[in-house]
Design a protein around this ligand. Structure first.
Ligand code: SAM
Length: 299
């Protein structure tokens, strides 16, 4: 199953390998507007301070898709930080031309700054099992009973641990996912495998015709990468990183502020993008240097 899933997305003619981008098939936070990039630049500035303003500061967008996030970060960066900033987009799909962004197929060996995997890990294929299994990952993270399905998160754990190990600064995974307590309680008895095509949820068929994805066991990824980390909701993280919008001023300013408030509301919506998990590892300094104390994520 894992290898057929991999072929369907990344093999010859596979969904992402042939250049499909999320923008055509589903809505992700970077597509809502510039506000996610703005928030990540606030985070990057804090990482920069922890690192004592290195001569070259990295922002790496892992699983960059159409490069919207990397492009927005490049465009919005200002001042001395912008002059020292190197923006890299990493994706298995075709190279795209985004001004000021370097494209690669593989992660750089070393990253000094902030690495972000935005909806990357859900696109990392993994084994799917039906019924009880003696797989050690399932034993620890997702015990499965007869008649139940589950995805084995081990390949995502390994991918995330490998990415975090390359970073001096901070690494952030943003994704939809679940926690052990809810898996054990049977909230996901049918597993979470899903397909998306042309903006609609479809049967997850492994023939390259649709994106195939599954929720991420972010708690397992956190444990695999280890070190200092926090796992909070996108709703709370953006609340802490973005200044509050107070519509006012002339009609045009009022209109712009109102539109911005609407986009931030979409990014923070309960039952929507606000429920995404932010798994943030501080590999230099402390997590508290980067985010204030926030409630633990409860998807
Ligand atoms: C769901 S899309 C997310 C795109 C973008 N980050 C966004 O949020 O709009 C997942 C992307 O991760 C890429 N990807 C998955 N595994 C990868 C890997 N090991 N190395 C590089 N890119 C990968 C896919 O090609 C795809 O473009």
């Amino acid at each position: 199953m894992e290898s057929r899933w991999r072929e369907a997305l990344y093999g010859p003619g596979g969904f992402f390998a042939r250049g499909e981008v999320p923008a055509r098939h589903f809505r992700t936070s970077p597509l809502v507007g510039p506000e996610l990039a703005e928030a990540l630049l606030v985070l990057l500035a804090r990482v920069d301070a922890v690192l004592d303003r290195p001569a070259a500061l990295d922002f790496v967008d892992m699983g960059a898709g159409g490069g919207e996030l990397a492009g927005a970060v490049r465009e919005l960066a200002e001042g001395d930080l912008a002059r020292r900033l190197r923006v890299t987009a990493v994706d298995l799909g075709p190279t795209r031309s985004v001004p000021g962004v370097e494209w690669r197929r593989e992660l750089p060996r070393a990253v000094t700054g902030l690495l972000v995997g935005h909806e990357w890990l859900d696109a990392v294929p993994c084994p799917v099992v039906e019924g009880p299994s003696d797989d050690p990952w399932l034993r620890d993270w997702w015990p499965v009973a007869a008649g139940e399905r589950a995805e084995v998160g081990a390949p995502r754990d390994a991918a995330w641990a490998d990415a975090v190990a390359r970073v001096r600064g901070a690494a952030l995974a943003v994704d939809y996912g679940h926690l052990r307590a809810d898996r054990v309680a049977g909230r996901y008895r049918a597993g979470t495998l899903a397909g998306y095509r042309d903006g609609r949820r479809v049967e997850p068929v492994l023939d390259g015709s649709c994106d195939v994805t599954a929720h991420v066991a972010l708690d397992a990824c956190a444990a695999a990468a280890g070190g200092e980390h926090v796992l909070v909701s996108q709703r709370d993280a953006l609340g802490a990183l973005l200044p509050e919008v107070v519509p006012g001023g002339d009609p045009l300013a009022w209109l712009e502020a109102t539109a911005r408030a609407g986009r931030i509301a979409e990014l923070r919506a309960v039952g929507g993008l606000g429920d995404f998990g932010w798994l943030l590892h501080a590999t230099a300094g402390r997590a508290a240097d980067l985010l204030p104390d926030l409630p633990e994520w409860r998807p």
